[in-house]
Design a protein around this ligand. Structure first.
Ligand SMILES: *Cc1c(COP(=O)(O)O)cnc(C)c1O
Length: 370
């Protein structure tokens, strides 16, 4: 099958060179190859067995329990499942929020991931876009005036714990102050921690974003900081929200609490093997190492005269958008006149050095022709 070989070599070549997306590259799941010849399906609620007994729900529950723990809770208070990615977790959180109130408004910043708008459309939810500050964080003054204006309606606060472009973290204390100030009785806080959810619990100072802060739900991507060949994620919510929508389905003999029917049974195995191997200690070291590479990247860029910055100790280095050629070669995502390098596991100083050398050459050429 020549065709398959071509696809494989294209992806492995391109995967080695990208610097601009938050996808860890340092995994190896070869040991799971035998599973590729099996039907595996986690259809329905992860806690409820199905008549179809070809699932990995026990493992899925262990994954959820680990995430509940690192998000300052436990499986008695929160419930969750392994999703197909951050987008599904956000959709699920917004769905639960919608089911909690009559006629709510969703507030989200203009730096929010593009998929959220579509989710709101699917759910037919009213929403307001809140301005962002230059670093990508919510503009709290704008949020305050909007909430004041709509203080009679339930508020769904969609917060970013690490925006896609600049890894900015919305400040939950500021948001809670506004809710209190206008005595908003009915509110729901969902955190989009697609990238930072596996990092934020392990950095110092730790941002405030988890169940200790009273959040209602949170979505995290599994294929970003942990990494893997198949997109996946984790969604966690207070149990009371899940219980509100619970629905039993006799055909598969399980509870229909998730968005899709059939669900991936392989990704919980990948996530659990990572957790078993690394644990909290390993994640702490992993985050620390990436922060070091990010600091190195920022310094190196500045040394060659390129404007670069980071939000606190972020893994995302924001830089002035380089030439189209460089953006293409290193698969750098850009927005307006900025681009970013995301220092995920698998990206090392030597990769940054190669990029810097390329960038230096371009600057020299530009000088010659100036
Ligand atoms: C990546 C990302 C998403 C989408 O997650 P997927 O896993 O790609 O569906 C949502 N929000 C933020 C902030 C992200 O970085």
């Amino acid at each position: 099958m020549k065709h398959i070989e071509d696809i494989y070599s294209r992806i492995s070549r391109n995967s080695a060179s990208f610097l601009g997306y938050p996808l860890a590259k340092d995994f190896n799941y070869t040991a799971f190859a035998p599973f590729l010849n099996l039907c595996i399906n986690n259809v329905g609620d992860p806690e409820s067995p199905s008549t179809l007994a070809i699932d990995t729900k026990d493992t899925e529950q262990k994954v959820i329990s680990f995430f509940a723990d690192i998000l300052s809770s436990n499986i008695n208070d929160v419930w969750g499942y392994v999703t197909n990615g951050g987008t599904e977790g956000n959709l699920y959180g917004l769905y639960l929020a919608r089911e909690s109130f009559d006629n709510p408004i969703v507030y989200y910043s203009e730096s929010t991931h593009y998929s959220v708008k579509k989710n709101l459309h699917l759910l037919n939810l009213n929403s307001i876009v809140v301005r962002s500050q230059a670093n990508g964080e919510l503009d709290y003054d704008d949020l305050e005036s909007l909430i004041q204006l709509h203080r009679h309606r339930p508020a769904i606060l969609f917060l970013n714990i690490g925006t896609t472009m600049t890894e900015a973290v919305d400040n939950i204390d500021n948001v809670k102050d506004i809710i209190r100030k206008y005595a908003i009785k009915d509110y729901y806080i969902h955190c989009d921690a697609a990238f930072l959810g596996c990092i934020a619990p392990f950095v110092d100072p730790k941002p405030k974003f988890d169940f200790a802060e009273g959040i209602d739900s949170i979505s995290i991507s599994g294929h970003k900081f942990i990494g893997g060949p198949i997109p996946c994620g984790i969604v966690l919510t207070k149990r009371k929200h899940r219980n509100r929508i619970v629905n039993s389905v006799s055909y598969v003999g399980t509870l229909d609490t998730t968005i899709t029917g059939s669900r991936n049974g392989l990704t919980p195995l990948f996530l659990w093997s990572f957790i078993e191997k690394h644990g909290k200690k390993g994640l702490t070291v992993r985050a620390r190492k990436c922060q070091e590479v990010a600091a190195y990247t920022e310094t190196k860029l500045k040394q060659i005269g390129v404007k670069a910055w980071r939000n606190n100790d972020a893994l995302t280095v924001v830089l002035d958008k380089p030439s189209a050629g460089l953006c293409k070669k290193y698969q750098l995502a850009s927005e307006g006149d900025i681009a970013h390098i995301i220092c995920v596991p698998g990206i090392e100083k030597k990769h940054i050095d190669t990029f810097i050398e390329d960038y230096k050459k371009e600057l020299l050429v530009a000088e010659v022709f100036a």
